[in-house]
Design a protein around this ligand. Structure first.
Ligand code: AMP
Ligand code: FE
Ligand code: FE
Ligand code: ZN
Length: 282
């Protein structure tokens, strides 16, 4: 019924917000969160496209942080968009710098690539570089680009800025967001026991329980952690657009395929300071 984790062309998704809204409607989604990496630039187009359709847009963001050299992603729902945008300015500049550094590394490795022009407000990420590697014919697929060159610790990987998980939680809370740890079993499954209490102390409010990378066992463990720490569950497909290859790691799950319960949206809204669309007073 609902999708609380989706990307658009404003970060590394392949559909524009308008196309994403159309795809969600066709799939029967009732509420759709726009959670681009480190940017909220996709919201206005999504609101406009959803107007009058009955589809509820949930404004969000997926903030990139780093813990022990590995990326840790935080979802922030219903943040104050203006405050967050101001906070994210630096991070956006950091992402452009990082993308250039990765391109330079690839060049030094004998793999010259050119990033395509990206619209203003776009947060460039490794997937953009991966697609450029495919386009240049250096690898056959985005997966291969990550496996050989861009994955964590691979030769052209440049780690993201020095924001820790706890700092990221604080930043999002300062902007009024409800903060949820995205896909905890990617990268940090083995450290949940130690990392989770730290993030909860920093103000974490929920766990992404349903995610295409989580096994049923992962899901049960996360539900136990929700009970233990009084956290809300969320879920989504982490949709990046229709899959070019069935194997694509995050792109293989269609929208509305995971059955995220409607009631979970109500839990999220109950924690939010202002669960209204931005710029609307009623
Ligand atoms: P970045 O935030 O620039 O480090 O890029 C991280 C994004 O790259 C993730 O959100 C995924 O969309 C994508 N990604 C990470 N690992 C892989 C992989 N092995 N294959 C394909 N895409 C990946
Ligand atoms: Fe992504
Ligand atoms: Fe993520
Ligand atoms: Zn994501």
């Amino acid at each position: 019924m609902i999708e609380l984790h989706c990307h658009t062309t404003y970060s590394d998704g392949t559909l524009t917000p308008r196309q994403l809204v159309a795809t969600a409607l066709a799939a029967g989604v009732k509420a759709l969160a726009i959670t681009d990496h480190d940017t909220v630039a996709g919201w206005p187009e999504a609101y406009e496209a959803a107007q009058g359709t009955g589809l509820e847009i949930v404004p969000g963001v997926e903030l990139s942080t780093t813990e022990q050299g590995q990326s840790l992603h935080l979802l922030g729902f219903y943040p104050d968009g203006d405050r967050l945008q101001a906070q994210l300015g630096d991070r956006m500049a950091g992402r452009w710098q990082r993308a250039k550094t990765m391109v330079a590394r690839l060049e030094a490795l004998g793999l010259p690539v050119t990033l395509p022009p990206l619209p203003p407000g776009t947060a460039p990420g490794r997937p953009h570089v991966a697609r450029a590697l495919v386009a240049a014919g250096h690898v056959a697929s985005v997966d291969e680009a990550f496996d050989r060159w861009l994955g964590d610790g691979k030769p052209a990987h440049v780690p993201y800025d020095r924001l820790t998980g706890a700092e990221g939680v604080a930043l999002l809370r300062e902007c009024g967001a409800v903060v949820v740890w995205a896909h905890p079993f990617i990268s940090h499954g083995g450290r949940l026991d130690t990392l989770l209490p730290e993030l909860v102390a920093a103000g974490l409010q929920g766990l992404e329980v349903i995610h295409p990378h989580h096994t049923p066992r992962d899901r049960r463990r996360l539900e136990e952690f929700c009970d233990r720490y009084g956290l809300i569950p969320t879920g989504g497909s982490d949709y990046h657009g229709p899959s070019p290859t069935p194997k694509g790691s995050q792109e293989s799950v269609p929208l509305n395929g995971l059955g995220v319960p409607w009631a979970w949206l109500q839990g999220l809204k109950a924690l939010s300071l202002d669960p209204r669309p931005p710029g609307r007073s009623s």
